[in-house]
Design a protein around this ligand. Structure first.
Ligand SMILES: [Fe+2]
Ligand SMILES: [Fe+2]
Length: 292
């Protein structure tokens, strides 16, 4: 099947403060939310922002306790964040999930123009949205067989990967492979990789997507990871998302000029990429990477 990671949704206590961070520090331009005709989510501009076109990319949302009740959902996608996988046939995925006993919220086309949305918890209670573009107004669909089809946003950035925490990588991997239908990729580590004990260990790390490490990273939490790698952030705990930018040096300078604590890991985990970690204003861990 064809698929791509459509967006990451992050919770923000002050959406405008987050907008300033993603716009002025990371250098991304804010997109415009495209509602289906007549739709109303009850989330004003102070509650919802998007960076990316066709509602793709990064969704910044203020938690809304009433959201699931208002929309008749079993899951509340505004609380605690989630990520969304765009597939070619959401109905088939829904039927596989329900046949396996998973609770699925089928929201239909309610929030994004031309996109049908489902929600499900994975075996470790990461909230996953499965969506399908059902009308061209929702943007281009993935080509059949294309794993994490690259969607380049304005300024040339793209959503590189989503990293989720799973205490049982094999269990989570089985969910994403057999029920969601994702295809595994081969991890490409740099030469003399300092974390080869993880990148070569299928019980610690799994990759779904491309052979260039783009896609979904499923990782077992490693409490000593930051210390072992001289980082101020631990990207194996609690998940994170990664964007690839055209000029990482310029972003790094703005992060530093803003006085933010960041970890410059250099090229340590993925071949050909320098990686930098920083918290956004609501303590969502963001990885920014760039080619070297
Ligand atoms: Fe979403
Ligand atoms: Fe990462």
């Amino acid at each position: 099947m064809g698929w791509f990671i459509h967006h990451v949704n992050i919770e923000a206590h002050d959406v405008q403060e987050s907008v300033v961070f993603y716009r002025d520090v990371l250098g991304l331009s804010q997109g415009k939310w495209n509602y289906p005709d007549g739709a109303e989510l009850g989330l004003g501009a102070d509650k919802l922002a998007v960076f990316g076109d066709y509602n793709r990319g990064i969704h910044i949302v203020h938690p809304d306790a009433d959201f699931q009740q208002r929309h008749g959902l079993a899951h509340n996608p505004t609380v605690g964040g989630h990520f969304a996988i765009n597939v070619l046939d959401a109905e088939v995925v829904k039927q596989r999930l329900e046949a396996s006993g998973y609770l699925v919220s089928d929201a239909g086309t309610y929030a994004m123009a031309g996109v049908r949305q489902l929600y499900v918890w994975d075996p470790f209670y990461n909230l996953v949205e499965i969506n399908e573009i059902v009308d061209p107004v929702g943007g281009p669909r993935p080509a059949d067989g294309e794993a994490h089809a690259k969607r380049i946003e304005r300024e040339g950035w793209h959503l590189h990967h989503i990293n989720i925490e799973a205490h049982g990588v094999a269990t989570a991997s089985d969910f994403y492979a057999s029920l969601i239908g994702l295809t595994a990729g081969e991890w490409q580590a740099p030469l003399d990789c300092p974390i080869s004990d993880i990148t070569d260990n299928k019980e610690a790390l799994a990759l779904f997507g491309n052979d260039d490490n783009r896609g979904l990273h499923v990782v077992r939490p490693q409490p000593d990871f930051a210390k072992r790698n001289n980082l101020d952030h631990n990207p194996t705990i609690g998940g994170h998302f990664a964007i690839q930018v055209v000029d990482l040096g310029a972003v790094a300078k703005r992060v530093e000029d803003a006085g933010l604590l960041f970890s410059d890991a250099g090229c340590y985990a993925m071949a050909g990429l320098r990686q930098l970690y920083v918290y956004d204003p609501s303590m969502n861990l963001v990885e920014i990477n760039g080619s070297i």
